[in-house]
Design a protein around this ligand. Structure first.
Ligand code: HEC
Length: 105
């Protein structure tokens, strides 16, 4: 009986830890969702941008070559970006960037 309780306790702790630790594959899902919610209206669902509206492509050769750091800085530093984009938490921007990198392939 004692062993059963101990096993139950360990399983409960394991489940609790599993729920607390962020899973990278979920982060990628989040990136896609946040991109669609915050970026797609301007940059397009395929991230090709809108040349007529002077919105740059995020899948151009230039952006493919740009470093993660540079692109992360541009999300917060682009004057034309609305406050909701500039103020995104760093983790969200990283998740979006991971999603954009998948679109660039
Ligand atoms: C209101 C429209 C709008 C939204 C929403 C928007 N962008 Fe932009 N973005 C622009 C415009 C316009 C530029 C070009 C600004 C310039 O040239 O000064 C730009 C530039 C960029 C650049 C720099 C590209 C380059 O080649 O220099 C990146 C990276 C970028 N946006 C990413 C994002 C991401 C990621 C999101 C969502 C979190 C987002 N943008 C949301 C309009 C938008």
């Amino acid at each position: 009986m004692k062993t059963t309780k101990l096993v139950m306790l360990i399983v409960t702790i394991a489940i609790a830890l599993f729920m607390l630790i962020p899973n990278p594959s979920w982060a990628a899902d989040d990136g896609a969702a946040i991109y669609k919610a915050k970026c797609a209206a301007c940059h397009g669902a395929d991230a090709a941008g809108k040349p007529a509206a002077k919105i740059p492509s995020l899948v151009s050769d230039e952006t493919k070559k740009a470093s993660d750091d540079d692109l992360i800085k541009k999300v917060a530093g682009t004057a034309k970006h609305p406050a909701g984009v500039k103020g995104l938490p760093a983790d969200d921007v990283k998740a979006i960037l991971a999603y954009i990198r998948t679109l660039q392939k």
